[in-house]
Design a protein around this ligand. Structure first.
Ligand code: NI
Length: 199
């Protein structure tokens, strides 16, 4: 999921696959060994790539590595005062457990679907478990945008891109057109801030 575009530094970024690449539809494999040079390098490159693209999250399959690895997190952004900060997190072999049946709809984008966004239902409350790069257990109960980001990223590990989750395809389009349309409306809550998942 991504924030907005900005110039990146000369870091070890990797190209991000775009929708249509069959690798984005694969089921990724669990990581079996932690703390390896390969896993550390993958995570460093994913971090660099996410930062260079001002993303809020990134999943390993988006850089062509079919391992169950996601990263996400961002600090508060003054351009999007309504979005709560999400702690920067590395999550290997994640397991999601929705808490209750409540779902919210909100706008998401994706670095693999550049320039677009859609209204996506997600569980509001969620427990997630997984491991950091060293194999240390992470176990959190979260809600709201934090829960949304995790669901978006973990979907990538099962070959699911957010457009597959959209219930009303009229609520899916190019950012420029949606922005222009929303400018004619007064409802701030429907503006669809560009705080998109890993867009
Ligand atoms: Ni994405």
């Amino acid at each position: 999921m991504a924030l907005s575009q900005s110039e990146g530094n000369a870091m070890a970024t990797r190209p991000v696959l775009r929708m249509g690449d069959p690798r984005l539809l694969e089921i990724s494999k669990p990581v079996e060994k932690f703390d390896t040079p390969e896993l550390r390098r993958l995570l460093t490159d994913m971090m660099d790539t996410m930062k260079a693209l001002n993303g809020a999250g990134l999943a390993a399959p988006q850089v062509g590595v079919l391992w169950r690895v996601v990263i996400f997190g961002f600090e508060e952004n003054p351009r999007y005062p309504d979005a709560e900060a999400v702690p920067f997190t590395v999550l290997v072999n994640p397991k999601l457990t929705p808490i209750g049946d409540d779902m919210d709809e909100d706008w998401e984008g994706c670095l693999s679907v550049p320039g677009m966004r859609g209204l996506v239902p997600r569980y509001t409350h969620l427990r997630y478990q997984g491991y950091d790069v060293s194999g240390k257990l992470i176990d959190r109960t979260v809600e709201g945008f934090h829960a949304r980001v995790v669901q978006h990223e973990v979907d990538h590990l099962d070959g699911i891109l957010y457009p597959q989750r959209i219930k009303d395809m009229r609520q899916f389009g190019f950012n420029e057109e949606l922005d222009a349309a929303f400018e004619d409306e007064d409802d701030e809550s429907e503006r669809g801030e560009e705080l998109d998942v890993d867009e």
